[in-house]
Design a binder for this molecule. Structure first.
Ligand SMILES: Cc1cc2nc3c(=O)[nH]c(=O)nc-3n(C[C@H](O)[C@H](O)[C@H](O)COP(=O)(O)O)c2cc1C
Length: 196
């Protein structure tokens, strides 16, 4: 059930094999796997080692917490994410802890942490689908997120569903080929726009 990346050059498996499914099965994610995913996030690099990321985590077995995270996702994302075994919110701290100055890298560094988390998931045969479609103010209210912090992303984590069990709309999205710009469109060697 792999969905191959059309590689221009070889890359390691956790990069090549990662993709964002719409069809999740309800099969649980073990606590060991979940903790290792978060450990991978923990060891991401960050500007001044600020580690501005926070994750609010809900497993399906904790219905109240799970429904609370689900309620913070945009409605179109709720439609498919509600099948995932684990839902998370990615939260950033916008100021440096030691001097209160703005951390321009906060969003970037949450992205790095979530990339690490996704690579670890892929290596373990799990899938992650990140979402910008969330309601940050609702998340603030539901989870008492303090001033200076902001929910930025949602993450659905789990096992992939058998495509045959999915409604057509989701199956088609999961069966569509993965597409990327060519390196020549984003890797420059001279002036901006000049391919390396
Ligand atoms: C920060 C971020 C936010 C995203 N937000 C959404 C979203 O709200 N809803 C959605 O369906 N997919 C979302 N995606 C998934 C992207 O659409 C997906 O990563 C992209 O199409 C590339 O596909 P692939 O991850 O399968 O390679 C998001 C991905 C990232 C990294």
């Amino acid at each position: 059930m792999s969905k191959e990346a059309d590689l221009e050059y070889p890359v390691i498996n956790p990069v090549a094999d990662r993709w964002s499914p719409y069809g999740f099965s309800e099969e649980p994610v073990s606590t060991d796997d979940l903790r290792s995913l978060l450990e991978a996030a923990r060891w991401a690099p960050s500007s001044y080692n600020e580690q501005p990321w926070r994750y609010i985590v809900a497993t399906r077995s904790n219905t109240q917490q799970y429904d609370a995270v689900l309620s913070c996702l945009a409605e179109p994302n709720q439609q498919w994410a509600k099948a995932a075994a684990v839902l998370m919110l990615g939260v950033i701290s916008r100021q440096f802890e030691k001097n209160g100055k703005p951390n321009k890298a906060a969003e970037h560094d949450l992205g790095l942490a979530s990339a690490n988390l996704s690579a670890e998931a892929t290596q373990r045969g799990l899938f992650v689908h990140q979402m910008i479609g969330i309601d940050p103010e609702k998340a603030r209210e539901v989870f008492a997120i303090p001033e200076g912090y902001e929910a930025l992303t949602g993450l659905a984590v789990g096992h992939r569903a058998n495509p045959d069990t999915l409604p057509d709309a989701l199956r088609e999205r999961d069966e569509a080929p993965r597409q990327r710009k060519a390196q020549s469109e984003f890797v420059f060697g001279g002036k901006f726009g000049e391919a390396l």
